[in-house]
Design a protein around this ligand. Structure first.
Ligand code: KIV
Length: 279
């Protein structure tokens, strides 16, 4: 039996993530794409492992995520899933794989049945509500990714902070409400002002995970290669503001993951220097 306050060693589920939000326990999330790093993340107490389409950039060396296929995500999810004794596995629906209801359902089926994912993540606002509902009523847990949406890079032109003006902020708040009403079990907010993230958090009742969204959310996620300082983006001097290096002070990879988890849990990460504005 676990000690009263020790993290459970059974596999986490959607309900556990909701309970963490309700109790105010921070949710530590990290990407991983292979068995060894997934094992280390699980052992370090990471709550949610994401097989993200960021693998297009950190594993395949592309300059965006748009070339990633459903097969790529399935392949890497299959490498990760068997190593997770406790962590919850989320997997990305890649670019255009959810352009229609049928495609979204087929891709989600592959991610869950072949890949072992327990939740799929898709990018987009209220426009995706019909897809979220279609998946959700068929038993597919969905995380809706708002704010900076890397799959839209060819329309946006550059990766930049979203929701800075009042109109954009109002739209994002409406998007969040609509996606949760459609059945989204989780929201992920990328690269938005901390105050807007706090407003979105207050407006919904599902777990809200942030990356560059400040401290007033339920959990944090970062790309594993970024916190280890080995991604092309970091090595080429384009480190985003919200990335903090953890492979420092003589730590090994396991130690870096453990330090990240401890800082997310205690609220030490993100600090003001990793966020856009104050709450
Ligand atoms: O693909 C990914 O790794 C992501 C994170 C940046 C949240 O979506």
């Amino acid at each position: 039996m676990n000690a009263p306050n020790a993290p459970s060693t059974r596999p986490l589920n959607c309900g556990d993530l909701r309970a963490m939000r309700e109790k105010g326990d921070k949710i530590a999330c990290l990407t991983a794409y292979d068995a060894s790093f997934a094992m280390l993340a699980d052992e370090a107490g990471v709550d949610v492992v994401l097989v993200g389409d960021s693998l297009g950039m950190v594993l395949h060396g592309r300059d965006s995520t748009t070339a990633v296929s459903v097969g790529d995500i399935v392949y890497h999810s299959r490498c990760v899933a068997p190593m997770l004794k406790r962590a919850f596995l989320m997997a990305d629906l890649p670019f255009l794989s959810y352009a229609t209801l049928e495609r979204a359902l087929d891709a989600s089926q592959r991610l869950m049945q072949e890949g072992g994912a327990k939740m799929v993540k898709l990018e987009g606002g209220e426009e995706q509500a019909a897809i979220v509902e279609y998946l959700s009523i068929r038993g597919v847990p969905v995380c809706a990714h708002l704010g900076l949406q890397p799959q839209f890079i060819h329309k946006m032109g550059a990766f930049k902070v979203q929701g800075k003006d009042a109109g954009q902020a109002e739209k994002m708040l409406g998007d969040a409400r609509a996606l949760v009403a459609a059945g989204a079990d989780c929201l992920l907010l990328e690269c938005i002002p901390s105050r807007l993230a706090a407003e979105i958090h207050a407006a919904v009742d599902v777990p809200v995970i942030g990356i560059g969204a400040g401290p007033a959310v339920d959990g944090q996620i970062l790309v594993m290669h970024d916190i280890l300082g080995i991604s092309p983006m970091v090595r080429h001097g384009r480190t985003p503001r919200f990335v903090k290096p953890y492979l420092v002070d003589g730590r090994d990879v396991a130690g870096a993951f453990a330090a990240y988890v401890a800082e997310v849990k205690s609220g030490a990460y993100p600090a003001a220097e990793h966020s856009f504005g104050t709450v």
